[in-house]
Design a protein around this ligand. Sequence first.
Ligand SMILES: [Zn+2]
Length: 453
Amino acid sequence: MSQIKLTSYGATGEVTGSCHLLEVNHYKILIDCGLFQGDEENYWKNWREFNFCPEELNAVILTHAHLDHCGRLPKLYDQKYKGKVYATDATRQIAQIILKDSVHIMYEKSAKHRLKPLYSTNAFNQLNRLWQTIDYYQPQPLNSKISFTFYQAGHILGAAIVEIKVENQTIIFTGDIGSENMPLVQNIDYFDRADYVIMEGTYGNRNHEDKKIRNEKLLEAVKRITIKNSTLLIPLFAVERTQDVLKILNDYYESHLDFNVPVFLDSPLATEATRIYQRHLNLLNAEAQETLKTDRDIFSFPHLKITSHIRQSKQINSVPPPKIILAGSGMAEGGRIIHHLARYASRPENNILFMGFQVPGTLGYKILNGAFAFDYYNKSIAIKSVVGQIDGFSTHADQNELLKWLGKFTGKPKKVFLVHGNQEILEEFSKIVKKNLKITAEVVKNNHSIILK
Ligand SMILES: [Zn+2]
């Protein structure tokens, strides 16, 4: 009989730095190796030594391509992990562009603080040799006793729930659980049974606004700036949120061919990510497949302009309103959106529309919560535009959806382990799970081993 042990080294009582080690006797599987993000203090945690020996790992499985799940993979390579990194092909491709985008920020920060870079350029390049892509629903043996299978997580393109089978035991790692009825990704898969579930609980304490109004709210803003002859700024996350918004705008523009307000996609990363979506159309949901029957390119429509080069980005300024600008970053913490905010935010006729949750401390959070001005290269820019937020594009399940997913297990798990959420939220959610579903849910502690069997 095998002993199975779980130890989490990240995303314990917080939402970043996902990193979980599953040991089956001496066989070691790491699930995710993400970056700690947020404030400076959290970011520097990435420089700490791993509490396990990367060289001794037998396999690494990546649930999805967000940086807080994949951001420390090159560091693993630097520390002599030369085994496989298993992921879906979409996850591999998105992780590559996300890591590439994050490298220069990492180098800048380490240089500024006179620290050795988190990982070498060589590790970043060599990581590409380790990928082993696996399709959904294809069981992958790791050794004679252990295998795993990817299922739909419904979170972003390529995101997977990992079901690991060890002899007669089933252990499920949810990664990030998606919200239902999204414009593009398929809904999450349900499971009949598992012995243990390691589950995310980001929104274990709240529910999102009704999804039905999200498209209307977006199109209302589009119509408003058209009437006002003004500018709509949408700070966007490059992956999933951008493609969701493009799809909705695509459907509107394709069915209103006389509507000619230009849309600028002003984010090289989002443009690259969109190309990956275009290469994986088979992974999209039934609604998107339906649109694809009559419209072969659901991310491109009349009056959409891709402004890759910085020169093209600057030329947007000279385009008369009305116009719509989609740019990163999603929380206005950097990227081209900053320059657009500096140019347009002080005009009351303009609109700034955030597509989801803004982390406290970010410029997005400040603007959304009524900041009067922000600092742009030592110049104070007044914020007088109409500011709004659409919550319905969240890529994370809310409390009802998390409970619904867990409630679908007919054979109840022996225990659920909660990760990837604020400590208080996870504690609150564990009580709700016990009360509503009669399942024991434990909030996972950092660097604390749990013997599953
Ligand atoms: Zn994620």
